[in-house]
Design a protein around this ligand. Structure first.
Ligand SMILES: *Cc1c(COP(=O)(O)O)cnc(C)c1O
Length: 812
C-alpha cells in the first residue's frame, strides 16, 4: 500500500500541489484509459509524438485528481483540489513506484526474457501451475518499459507466484526492468536477430538480457544455444540448463519424434502435444521449470499433455442482427478482462455494448471479492447489457448493474436465452476454457463460408507509428479510407484511427463519409468527389468537399447561399486528373475573395510519380508550382490553410515536402509502393480460403471450363472456395496465379471460376478443410500483384464485400 504523499520520497520528485492524500489504486499513462477514476494516478509522459501533459486539463475536468508530471501544467493554480508531483521523468517515477511496491512482496517471481517465445512460455507456465498457485502475470505481451511496471502493479499480497516477461530494444533498459520484476527464477528463452538495431552485437544483446537475472536463485535456459550458455557460465549465475549435451542439467534426447529426458540419474519418456521446433523449445523451458519447482516426472507428463496452444489475439467478427462479436473464449482473468473491455468500449461503431462473461477461475480472491471487482469493472465501462454465466457470478448478482442476467451454466444460457434481443451492438464473449464459450460464439456469429479477409489491427497501428516516426511531430496526417479502406473495412479502421488520433480522414464519395458518420466517426472527413446531389448530406453530416473546378465551386457556392462550410481546394500541378491549374488561380482568388462563409481548410495537390527516383525532378517541379499557387490563394484569403501534397510513396521518398499534412494511403495497409522495398512495414490484410475437395487426376484429363487445364502427368488437384466473384481475378488462370497451402505454393490449373478455383497440389500433403492463403502473411501482395501485372492497390481493393472481414488484435 502506497500513499500519494510518499511519492516525493520514493521518486525524488517535488510536490507542486498537495491537497488530499490517497492510497494509490491504479496507475495510468494513457489519458484515454485514465478517465473516470479519481483515486488513480495519471503519469504525463512526453514522447516523441505524444505529450501526456496535453491531456491534464481534460482529465482534471473529468475528475482525475492525482498527477505525476515532468513540467508544471499551464493552469496548475486553477486545479484547486488536484495533487501534482513534479519529477525529472514520469516514466522513471512510475518505475520507481512499482519497484518499491514489488520490494514489499515476498513471493517467488519467474522472470522471462529472450527473443522469441516469452509470451507463450509465460502463458503455458500459467496453465501448468495455476492448479497449485495463485498467479499474477503480464496481460498480453505487456513487456516494455511501460508494460512491465503496469503489469507488476497487478501483483498483490494474496498472490503466491508471479510470472512476468520482459522485452527490451536497447541497452540500459533491462536493468530498469530487473529492478521492477526482481525475479527469483529466470528463464532465457533464446536469442534471435530481432531488435538488432539497438545493440552493437549479438553478444552485447545477450549480456544486456542477462541483466534481468541478477536477483535469481536459478536461471533456466537451453544449453544448445552456445552464446547464451557461454554468457551464463561466465556470469557465474546459478542455473539449470536443458539440452542435448551430456553436460546439460536436464538431458533431452529425441528419436523418431519421441523424447527421452534424463534428470538426476533417471530417464523417462516424455510425449509433447506439439511437434514444431519453436513449441518444443517452449515446452522444454516449462518442463525444466516444473522439475525445478519439484514436480515429479509423472506429474509433468500429465500436465504437459493437456497444454493448449495459446491464441494470442482477440477477433472482431460480424454477428447476427447487424452486431459485431468479439471472440475471446480462450481464458479469463482480471487483467485480461480489463484489456478486452477496453477493446470493447473502443468499438464506437455501435452504441450498445454487451458482455457475456463466465466466472473467473483460480483468481486467488474470495468469490465475493472477485464478483465485486468484476462488477466494478462492468459498471465503469458503461456496458448496456451484462450476462454472467457460472455459479460465482450468479451468487453475487448484487454487484452488477440492474437488468443484468445470470445463468448457472453455458448449456442453460444457450437453451434459454432470447437471441433476438441482440440487435446492432458489439458483444464481448469472454470465458474460461472450461465454459466452452465457443458454443455461444457459434450461435451469434454470422456464418463465414470458408473465405475471410483477416485484418491485423496491431499491424495498422504499427504502420501508423512507422509513418509518424518519419514525420515531424507537427505534421498532420490524413488517412485515406476510400474504397472500403483499401478493402480492409472502413468503419473498423476509421474507428481505430480515431482512437489513435489521426487528424483527418479522406474518402472518395459522400456515401462513404455518411457511412462513417453513422458509425460514430467524428474526425474531420474530406470527400474527394462531391456531387451536386450530395451537397445537402455533406452539410448535414459535416463532411468537407474537395473543390477542384469552377463548375463544382460555383454550384457549391450557390447551394450554400452564404452558409459556412469547410472546403478543400485541389490544385492540378501535373497529375492532370482533378484540380485547378496554375492559370486558373487569379480567377479562383477573385471568387474566393467574395465568399467569407467559405472556410478553406486546406489547399492540396497530388504527386504523379512520387514512387520513382526517375521522376524526382518532376516531383520538385510539382511542389514549386503548388507553393506558388497556394501562397497566392492564402494571401487573398488572409490566412494560411493547411498545405499537403504527399501520398504514401511521397512520405517514404520525399519527406522534405511534408508541409503541414500528408495523405497516407496504401502504406498504412502495409504495402510499400516504391521500388525501394522499405523495411519495417507489417502486412495488414490476409485473404484466406479453404480446400473444398481433393482429387487425383489421370494423365490426359482436362480441368475446368473450356477444358483449359490439362494433366500432362497424374496430378493431385484441390478445389478451393474462392473465385472471381470474391475478387480472385480471372487473370490468375492457367498457372499465372499461385496460392499457398501447407506453406507451399500451388499454381492455378485451368480457368478461375466464379466461386471456385482448381489448384495443383501434387506433392503437397493436403486435405479437405485445409487453410489456403491467397495473399498476406507468407505470400506478399506485391508478389501476387506482379504475377498478373498489376499493383497491390488493385489486389487489395478487388476483394469483394461478400468476403467477410475478421479483425484481429493481440490479446490474452
Ligand atoms: C488515394 C489517394 C492518396 C493516398 O495514396 P497512397 O498512394 O495510397 O498513399 C492520397 N491522395 C489522394 C488525392 C488520393 O486519391
Amino acid at each position: 500500500m502506497i500513499l500519494f504523499s510518499q511519492l516525493e520520497a520514493i521518486t525524488g520528485g517535488r510536490m507542486l500541489r498537495f491537497t488530499k492524500d490517497v492510497q494509490i489504486s491504479s496507475l495510468h499513462t494513457d489519458s484515454r484509459k485514465a478517465i473516470g477514476t479519481s483515486d488513480s494516478v495519471f503519469f504525463a509522459i512526453k514522447g516523441e509524438h505524444h505529450d501526456g501533459h496535453q491531456y491534464i486539463h481534460e482529465l482534471y475536468e473529468k475528475g482525475a485528481r492525482y498527477f505525476v508530471v515532468e513540467r508544471e501544467p499551464a493552469h496548475a493554480d486553477s486545479y484547486h483540489d488536484a495533487n501534482i508531483l513534479l519529477t525529472d521523468s514520469s516514466i522513471k517515477a512510475l518505475q520507481a513506484i512499482v519497484a518499491y511496491h514489488r520490494s514489499a512482496l515476498h513471493m517467488p517471481v519467474i522472470g522471462i526474457t529472450g527473443s522469441n517465445g516469452k509470451t507463450i512460455v509465460k502463458e503455458w507456465l500459467f496453465q501448468l501451475l495455476s492448479p497449485d498457485y495463485k498467479i499474477a502475470k503480464n496481460p498480453g505481451s505487456y513487456n516494455s518499459q511501460l508494460g512491465v511496471p503496469l503489469s507488476i502493479w497487478q501483483l498483490q499480497k494474496h498472490h503466491e507466484l508471479g510470472i512476468f516477461e520482459a522485452g527490451i530494444s536497447t541497452t540500459g533498459e533491462m536493468e530498469r526492468l530487473a529492478r521492477i520484476i526482481q525475479p527469483t527464477i529466470g528463464i532465457f528463452t533464446n536469442i534471435g536477430s530481432a531488435h538488432d538495431e539497438g545493440f552493437s552485437s549479438l553478444q552485447e544483446k545477450v549480456k544486456e538480457k542477462l541483466a534481468l537475472f541478477t536477483t535469481c536463485k536459478t536461471v533456466i535456459y537451453c544449453k544448445d544455444h552456445a552464446l547464451i550458455d557461454e554468457a551464463i557460465q561466465r556470469s557465474g549465475l546459478p542455473s539449470l540448463s536443458w539440452g542435448s549435451s551430456s553436460t546439460a542439467g536436464i538431458q533431452v534426447r529425441q528419436q523418431n519424434g519421441k523424447f527421452t529426458v534424463s534428470f538426476k540419474g533417471t530417464s523417462f519418456p516424455l510425449a509433447l502435444p506439439f511437434s514444431d521446433k519453436a513449441s518444443v523449445e517452449n515446452c522444454f523451458h516449462c518442463v525444466t521449470t516444473l522439475f525445478h519447482l519439484g514436480y515429479s516426472a509423472d506429474e509433468i507428463q500429465e500436465r504437459i499433455q493437456s497444454l493448449q496452444s495459446v491464441p494470442m489475439r482477440l477477433e472482431l467478427k460480424e454477428g447476427i442482427n447487424q452486431s459485431q462479436v468479439i471472440d475471446d473464449t480462450y481464458n479469463n482473468d482480471l487483467a485480461g478482462l480489463q484489456i478486452s473491455l477496453e477493446f470493447l468500449t473502443n468499438q464506437h461503431q455501435k452504441n450498445k455494448k454487451r458482455v457475456i462473461l463466465s466466472d473467473i477461475l483460480e483468481s486467488g480472491l474470495s468469490n465475493e471479492a472477485l464478483a465485486k471487482q468484476i462488477g466494478a469493472l462492468i459498471s465503469k465501462n458503461n456496458i448496456h447489457a451484462f450476462i454472467g454465466i457460472g455459479k460465482v457470478l450468479s451468487a453475487h448478482q448484487q454487484y452488477f448493474p440492474e437488468g443484468s442476467q445470470f445463468y448457472s451454466s453455458t448449456a442453460e444460457f444457450v437453451d434459454r436465452f432470447d437471441w433476438d434481443s441482440i440487435q446492432q451492438e458489439v458483444i464481448l464473449v469472454k470465458g474460461a476454457r472450461a465454459f466452452q464459450f465457443e458454443k455461444i460464439v457459434e450461435r451469434i456469429q454470422r456464418k463465414v463460408h470458408g473465405t475471410v479477409m483477416e485484418i491485423d489491427l496491431g499491424a495498422i497501428v504499427h504502420n501508423l507509428n512507422f509513418f509518424r516516426a518519419r514525420l515531424k511531430p507537427s505534421t498532420k496526417i490524413m488517412v485515406m479510407v476510400k474504397a472500403f479502406a483499401y478493402g480492409s473495412g472502413s468503419t473498423e479502421i476509421a474507428n481505430l484511427l480515431q482512437y489513435h488520433k489521426v487528424d483527418y480522414l479522406g474518402v472518395a464519395y459522400a456515401d462513404e463519409g455518411i457511412d462513417l458518420r453513422r458509425n460514430n466517426i467524428s474526425l474531420p472527413i474530406m470527400v474527394m468527389n462531391p456531387s451536386e446531389e450530395s451537397f445537402g448530406t455533406l452539410l448535414q453530416y459535416k463532411l468537407e468537399p474537395e473543390l477542384y473546378s469552377f463548375k463544382i465551386l460555383q454550384s457549391f457556392l450557390s447551394f450554400l447561399r452564404g452558409r459556412s462550410c469547410a472546403v478543400h481546394i485541389k490544385l492540378d500541378t501535373g497529375m492532370h486528373r482533378l484540380g485547378f491549374e496554375e492559370n486558373d488561380i487569379d480567377k479562383l482568388t477573385s471568387i474566393l475573395k467574395e465568399q467569407p462563409g467559405l472556410k478553406v481548410a486546406s489547399i492540396f495537390s497530388h504527386m504523379a510519380g512520387a514512387d520513382e527516383a526517375t521522376h524526382d525532378d518532376f516531383s520538385k517541379e510539382q511542389v514549386q508550382r503548388f507553393l506558388r499557387s497556394a501562397d497566392k490563394i492564402s494571401q487573398v484569403l488572409g490566412y494560411k490553410p493547411v498545405y499537403h501534397i504527399l501520398n504514401s510513396p511521397g512520405i517514404l521518398r520525399l519527406p522534405q515536402f511534408q508541409m503541414d499534412m500528408v495523405r497516407l494511403g496504401i502504406g498504412l495497409y502495409g504495402v510499400d509502393p516504391t521500388t525501394e522495398k522499405t523495411e519495417g512495414l507489417k502486412p495488414v490484410a490476409t485473404l484466406k480460403t479453404m480446400v473444398s475437395q481433393v482429387k487425383s487426376i489421370e494423365t490426359g484429363e482436362t480441368i475446368g471450363y473450356g477444358r483449359r487445364g490439362k494433366a500432362e502427368k497424374p496430378l493431385t488437384l484441390a478445389t478451393i472456395a474462392i473465385g472471381y466473384a470474391d475478387g480472385f481475378s480471372r487473370a490468375f488462370s492457367r498457372g499465372a496465379g499461385k496460392v499457398m497451402i501447407q506453406g507451399q505454393l500451388a499454381p492455378v490449373i485451368g480457368n478461375v471460376c466464379m466461386d471456385m478455383t482448381m489448384v495443383d497440389v501434387t506433392g503437397i500433403d493436403v486435405k479437405e478443410g485445409d487453410e489456403v492463403i491467397v495473399f498476406g502473411s507468407g505470400l506478399p501482395i506485391q508478389t501476387v500483384a506482379d504475377s498478373i501485372h498489376t499493383i497491390p492497390y488493385e489486389i487489395l481493393t478487388n476483394t469483394s464485400e461478400r468476403v467477410k472481414r475478421v479483425f484481429v488484435a493481440e490479446s490474452i
